[in-house]
Design a protein around this ligand. Sequence first.
Ligand code: DQA
Length: 149
Amino acid sequence: MTMARVLVLNGPNLGRLGSREPEVYGAQDLSALRVLLAENAPEGTEIDVRQTDDEAELIGWLHEAVDAGEPVILNPAAFTHYSYALRDAAALVTTAGLPLIEVHISNPHAREEFRHTSVISGVATGVIAGLGFDSYLLALTAIGRLSAR
Ligand code: DQA
């Protein structure tokens, strides 16, 4: 695995961060996340933060990670709870030996019942939730440590 690039993939409605339910997701938007991760990236590592509302596009990006041999930080957003297609694509990443860390800004377990299930977690390398943007920062640290093994 290379650490030259880390894909940070965000699912539906996360393009609305900053204005969407700030009491749940905070007041910062995706560009603030981009800056935070870039500032904390190891020297020589590019952080590629993307967002889509489209399941097919998100799946395509996971295929891209497999083909390029790149680690993934994935916030699947609402797809977390029901997308078996996304789960199968996430499994392609981890069965290729690449880390895929599932992250959530909020703690889905402390919220509505439908958020208590993740169909992604079973194929993820690890899961970090409930820590705001720090969930992503901790995932980046974890990927760095995994790639140093
Ligand atoms: C989320 C939690 C999901 O339940 C929700 O659908 C999201 C965001 C989070 O980051 O806390 O869109 O993944």
